[in-house]
Design a binder for this molecule. Structure first.
Ligand code: 8YV
Length: 331
């Protein structure tokens, strides 16, 4: 029996390709070329599965042009690159890569918060530029972390990880806002209490965004929300581009309406709003919150597990779409 055919749409670990080759005829993009949508569609012809990252948009147009496609396995926990309704309508399964990146991403969220509040990047640029001539009492004086109030918007697994770090490690008072409240035991474990969005924005010293992107969460933070925040507050976005109105944020930073921001994700990335590149009080990183070698390996392995399990008839491991009753790979 011939092996199913799959496409790995971006460069990944050679070990992941080797593992997939044990089960499939694999076409891969190890040179990591940036494909247009038409090129991706052309590459997908005759393929039953695709290994994607958060960058490849799977929508109705692509699905209609790739009738043999049965599964899209994302090497990411977020899956806003999937049009889930269109996939369900075409009977195509989508999977994500949850859990394996939770603690690593929470570590990074905390690192970005610390770098932002304590002005680490800004002061490093100053030093490298040769501007450091003497110590002074207020040089790069930032905001306190320990004992301050941490506000988390989006209290899923990663948000909870950040809450634990803040409450248990730094004695922070943690408040959170989420679509639904955590149960009492989880709130107690995270030492976190629920707050309305407005209350959170008004009282938090540091606001961290970990909410998934959807039409409903677009511009969760815009000019009106920034205006509610304390002028001494920091804002950290490790969620998705589009959760923050980046143009409004650049204005708020320039006018010191909030003290500083740390951003790992951007509207229209890898492009970055030009005004964010010129304000000093922002720390910018290129979407690396999950980027440790062990975690990226685990994410790749889970995406591969999903392809292998589904296309060998055992069903997807971590589906985010409805799963057809009879897995197509088993037919
Ligand atoms: C990924 C992420 O690195 O998992 C996610 O949702 O944002 C990152 O961990 C990125 O999406 C590339 O797949």
């Amino acid at each position: 029996m011939s092996k199913p055919r799959i496409l790995v749409a971006r460069a990944v670990f050679p070990e992941t390709i080797a593992r997939l080759e044990q089960h499939f005829e694999v076409a891969s993009n190890q040179s990591d070329d940036s494909w247009s949508k038409a090129e991706l569609i052309a590459q997908l012809q005759g393929k039953q599965g695709v290994f994607t990252t958060g960058s490849e948009r799977i929508d109705a147009e692509l699905l209609a042009a790739c009738p043999e496609l049965k599964i899209c396995a994302n090497m990411a926990v977020g899956y806003n690159n999937f049009d889930v309704d269109a996939m369900a309508a075409h009977g195509v399964v989508g999977t994500n890569a949850p859990d394996v990146l939770t603690e690593t991403t929470a570590d990074f969220g905390f690192a970005l918060l610390m770098a932002t509040a304590r002005r680490i990047a800004e002061s490093e640029h100053f030093l490298r530029a040769g501007h450091w001539s003497k110590w002074s009492y207020d040089m790069f004086a930032g905001a306190e972390i320990h004992g301050s109030t941490l506000g988390i918007i989006g209290m899923g697994r990663i948000g909870q990880g950040i809450a634990r770090r803040g409450a248990h490690g730094f004695g922070m008072k943690v408040i959170y806002h989420n679509r639904s409240r955590l149960d009492a035991a989880l709130e107690a474990e995270c030492k976190a209490s629920y707050a309305g969005k407005e209350e959170l924005l008004k009282t938090a010293d540091h606001v961290v965004l970990v909410v998934p992107y959807s039409a409903a969460s677009h511009h969760t933070i815009g000019a009106a929300e920034l205006a509610l925040m304390k002028p001494t507050a920091t804002l950290v976005n490790i969620a998705r581009g589009g959760i923050v109105d980046d143009a409004a944020l650049a204005v708020a930073l320039r006018e010191k309406r909030i003290a500083a921001a740390g951003l790992d994700v951007f509207e229209g990335e890898p492009k970055v709003h030009p005004d964010l590149l010129t304000v000093p009080n922002v720390v910018l990183t290129p979407h690396i919150a999950s980027a440790t070698v062990p975690t990226r390996r685990a994410m790749a392995e889970l995406a591969a597990d999903n392809l292998i399990s589904f296309l060998t008839g055992r069903g997807p491991k971590t589906p985010v779409t409805p799963v057809p009753a009879v897995p197509s790979g088993a037919r």
